[in-house]
Write a protein that binds this ligand. Structure first.
Ligand SMILES: Cc1cc2nc3c(=O)[nH]c(=O)nc-3n(C[C@H](O)[C@H](O)[C@H](O)COP(=O)(O)OP(=O)(O)OC[C@H]3O[C@@H](n4cnc5c(N)ncnc54)[C@H](O)[C@@H]3O)c2cc1C
Ligand SMILES: NC(=O)c1ccc[n+]([C@@H]2O[C@H](COP(=O)([O-])OP(=O)(O)OC[C@H]3O[C@@H](n4cnc5c(N)ncnc54)[C@H](OP(=O)(O)O)[C@@H]3O)[C@@H](O)[C@H]2O)c1
Length: 482
């Protein structure tokens, strides 16, 4: 086998289709391999890939103008925060509009990606037996078949990072003896599982707030337990999506974090008040030191007394009794663990790219240093939406593959990764949910700059590190931001 001139894209979720579009636009030949029978990944409700976390009532929590692909805006008649049905339909339209569907091999799973010593990657796939509960487009269920291997010049990994449920590590003492039911948010679908029961929702990320709000309308009693409180951000402020308000200036110029924090903090204080006003503990961190928890309903449900806040679980006492760290105890029928997700690439050896504790060492969150031709798209958790970032990442990858721009050498990339990890550790709380965070607008600017400098380096044959140094000196002289 010789290294083909084709590129393999793994996954046809929103990130994978953005990668397909960018490769297509750059005239780069590619195949996209998708486990399920439709595009949209997480946004395909009851996706027969068995991986979607979408529940029946899910709506986006990043407003549509922030979430839409820049190259293909969402229809103006969509609401500010569309449902997963509308978002999946938008991704269908995107694929049709750009003619990408014929390049996607559905119901096919990538099971191994291995580097070839002389360059390129061997990608092994096999037909995927779709999970039974989701209806496939044609209603039939494929059977698993024999694996086949094809060689590619490059691989773009877009397999998503919200499909492998993370349970508490270590487990709470006594958990095995609990006679009630335990489930992870990933498996949550409709509120009938909550109806008439005493439910504990654990965590205060966006899954926890949505599910606690649903429970508060159907359960006999709803508790929301958390190991730390959160700044709960409303979807709307002054009649506008809060993220759009925040985005106005930040989309044009770099706004220092302290200024963003002060302005958003003031808005929240005026419009919402303090978290303690609603019975939550005071957060142990400042705004934007944790991934935003966005809900316009949670605080009201707390105010109605329909959700009772609790501190973290201490232990399970046997039977259906759970003790919390403040010493209180409750009898529970169901615990919903909204404790986040693990990042994993089951088809890649950990020695190629490590995912220990959700830390994935990638240059600009895209490039695996020392692994030419291996790229990751959509592996970011922004304060803002993922899609435009996956789109910009994809365009950068296409520019790299077409030779329009270039990369620093692997050691410079590793140094940049260490610097980025240090910066992330300074900004965010130490938690496995904060390992791939980026600031939406700053990250877009960073990718644009990376592409520009790489282009200058490619044009002049100068190493990127030197182009970067010159650019930094020029910027320092003219006093421009990034
Ligand atoms: C409940 C929930 C709500 C969210 N809400 C928002 C929001 O409002 N705004 C926002 O910006 N983000 C949100 N997110 C983040 C979410 O991750 C992104 O919106 C988006 O789904 C990321 O797209 P993706 O393509 O990277 O991953 P996915 O949507 O997970 O798609 C990955 C695709 O890869 C395929 N795949 C995986 N492994 C293989 C394999 N081995 N072989 C072949 N195919 C494979 C899967 O079948 C899937 O189609 C939310 C996440 C969750 C869990
Ligand atoms: N569109 C929407 O409305 C929507 C809905 C759901 C989810 N989402 C998105 O989906 C992604 C995943 O969200 P998520 O809420 O499922 O996960 P998450 O953001 O990772 O939040 C996990 C929560 O569980 C807590 N936790 C983790 N381990 C714990 C333990 N051992 N004991 C106690 N608490 C523990 C975390 O606390 P710490 O902070 O202390 O780690 C955090 O509160 C996010 O990007 C989110 O924005 C969006």
């Amino acid at each position: 086998m010789t290294a083909s001139d084709r590129v393999c894209v793994i996954g046809a979720g929103s990130s994978g289709i953005a990668a397909c579009r960018a490769l297509d636009a750059a005239g780069i030949a590619y195949d996209c391999v998708e486990k399920g029978s439709q595009v949209g990944g997480n946004w395909r409700y009851r996706n027969d890939n068995g991986q979607s976390a979408a529940y029946r009532s899910l709506h986006i929590n990043t407003s549509r103008r922030l979430m839409e692909f820049r190259e293909y805006p969402m229809p103006e008649d969509l609401p500010d925060f569309p449902s997963h049905f509308q978002i999946a339909a938008y991704f269908d339209d995107y694929v049709e509009h750009f003619g990408l569907r014929e390049h996607i091999r559905f119901r096919t799973e990538v099971v191994a990606v291995e580097p070839v010593p002389d360059g390129g990657w061997d990608v092994t796939t096999r037909p995927y037996a779709a999970s039974g509960d989701g209806a496939t487009a044609s209603g039939d269920v494929p059977t698993a078949g024999a694996p086949t291997t094809a060689r590619y010049r490059a691989v773009v990994v877009a397999n998503g990072h919200h499909w492998d449920p993370r349970w508490p590590e270590p487990a709470f003492p006594g958990e095995d003896g609990f006679t009630g039911e335990r489930m992870h948010a990933h498996a949550y679908d409709t509120p009938d599982v909550l109806a008439g029961r005493r439910v504990l929702v654990l965590g205060i990320g966006n899954s926890a707030t949505d599910i606690a709000v649903e429970a508060s309308r159907t359960a006999e009693k709803t508790f929301l337990a958390m190991r730390r409180s959160a700044h709960v951000i409303p979807k709307y402020v002054f009649g506008k999506p809060m993220d759009e308000l925040q985005s106005g200036l930040a989309s044009k110029v770099h706004v220092p974090l302290a200024v963003q924090r002060a302005s958003a903090g003031a808005l929240l204080r005026i419009t919402t008040g303090r978290m303690t006003d609603y019975g939550l503990a005071e957060p142990d961190h400042r705004l934007f030191e944790a991934h935003p928890t966005v809900s316009s309903e949670l605080l009201g449900r707390l105010g109605h007394g329909d959700i009772a806040p609790k501190p973290n679980i201490d232990r399970f006492l046997g039977g259906r009794t759970v003790r919390f760290v403040d010493g209180t105890e409750e009898e529970l029928d169901l615990v919903v663990y909204c404790t986040g997700y693990r990042i994993r690439f089951p088809f890649l050896d950990e020695a190629i790219v490590s995912t220990a504790d959700n830390h994935v060492p990638l240059y600009r969150r895209v490039v695996a240093p020392g692994r030419p031709g291996l790229f990751f798209v959509g592996l970011v958790q922004p304060i803002g939406a993922v899609m435009p970032l996956a789109e910009a990442q994809s365009q950068w990858v296409a520019a790299l593959l077409s030779g329009e721009t270039t990369l620093p050498d692997p050691s410079a990339m590793r140094r940049a990764i260490a610097d980025e990890e240090a910066a992330m550790a300074r900004q965010y709380l130490a938690s496995k949910r904060h390992t791939i965070q980026v600031d939406f607008h700053d990250y877009l600017r960073l990718l644009r700059r990376e592409r520009r400098l790489g282009r200058a380096a490619a044009d002049t044959g100068t190493p990127l590190s030197r182009v970067g140094a010159v650019a930094r000196r020029v910027r320092a002289r003219v006093g421009a931001g990034t």
